[in-house]
Structures are given as C-alpha cells and as structure tokens.
Design a protein around this ligand. Sequence first.
Ligand code: 13P
Length: 249
Amino acid sequence: MRKPLIAGNWKLFKTIAESVALVDELKPLVAGNQSVEIVVAPVFTALCRVSNAIKGSNINMASQDCYWEEEGAFTGEVAPKLLKDAGCSHAIIGHSERRQYFGETDLTVNKKTKAAIAAGLCAIVCVGESLAERESDRTFNVIETQIKGGLDGIAEEAFSKIVIAYEPVWAIGTGKTASDAQAQEVHAFIRQLVARLFGQEVADALRILYGGSVKPDNVKGLMTQPDIDGALVGGASLKAESFAAIVNF
Ligand code: 13P
C-alpha cells in the first residue's frame, strides 16, 4: 500500500547544462517504471530548467531546502511557494549536512516542514544519528528527539504530504551503508514512534526512506525490509545509469 519513493539528492553538484543532461539521460531509463515515485533534487539554479526537461515524464523534482516565510526581507532565502512556482513537488528538509554546517535545528526543521506542506509541497524530513551517538547507544534517543521536534504540531491530515528519510550520518558518503537489519531496526522504531505520536493509521501509511551510501548493489536488500519504503540517494544519483538501476531495483 506504500508506493516506494526513490529520491536523488544531487547536493552541490552540476551546472544547469549538466543537470538537464542528467535528467535527459535518465528519462528513457526509468520511463517504464510506474511502480516507484521518482524524485530528483538539483541545486536551486537548475530547478526551472530541470522542471522543463522533466515535463510529461514520471520524474518529479525536489528542492534541497526551503525557508519558512512566504516573502519579506530575508536575503538569500527561497520560499516554498517559489519552489512550487519553479516546478518542485517535494522539498528535502533537515538534511544532516544542513544540521551540521548551516545551523539547522529541530525547530527550524519544524517551521520549514509546516511551511512546505502549507505551500503544497511534500516534505522529505531527514533524521539520523552521528557515529558518536550510535556508539554511545543514543541512536533511538536522537531519532526520537528529531522526530518529536521536527514534526511537532503537525496535523494527522498533513501526513499525506510527509515522508521521513532516515540517514545515519556515518553512512553518508562513506561507502559504509547500514546493514539491512540496522536500517530496518531504526525504521521500525520510527514507525512505532509515529504511531504513538500521531496514530496507527498515519504510521501505516507513512513512507520512510533510507539514505546513506545506497548503491545499485545494496538497494534490493534494503528495499526488501518491511519498514523501508524507498531511498534517498546521494553519490549514486549523479549518474543516470546508477540512479536508474536503483530506481528499477
Ligand atoms: P550518499 O548516497 O552519497 O551516501 O548520500 C546520502 C545522502 O546524504 C542523501 O541525502
């Protein structure tokens, strides 16, 4: 009942021309796939052109961040409605790199998530523990705090527009993916927590993506786990062939 979602987070890579070339190459490789929701997240400057390039295809587009105000004197920020205007259907929020380098907190994640949903975007809300947190047995505490803070005050009805991405920080860009069992354990914990906070129905319908060194050769094992509903892919989404292989797992 939960349609898998595979999203490619391009991070700070690719010019406009390279971004368009990547989706042009990707389109025919995934064209036949109706069973997976496909999303790519280019840099802000490439959004409009990528939006044009994916028109009429089964590829959707996300921003990598958004601000929580609609407009005003907020130099450098981009509002959710402007992302919608540029062709986004999704917004990645609270990525660990934003938490680590740009001062993102559970409070700002919460504000951004609410603003994204209000603008009609689907929020892909990221959570995940660091290596030190895992090694000191604090994984579940960290995830619980991030989910409680990030999703605080969100109405049950809004959950059709929310996806959670579990990305253990130690697995991002390291080639060291969580084992299927390690990922499943946290995904099951997240689903139980959401059931406790927002009800069983919300939890059953919620898609929880795994991210952290997802590659064509490990995606299948991850996707076979009962609580893993998709993937948020970094490095392997930068090449059409490897991203298509993940999408068509
Ligand atoms: P990698 O797939 O490169 O580990 O990145 C994961 C990620 O951060 C996706 O958002």
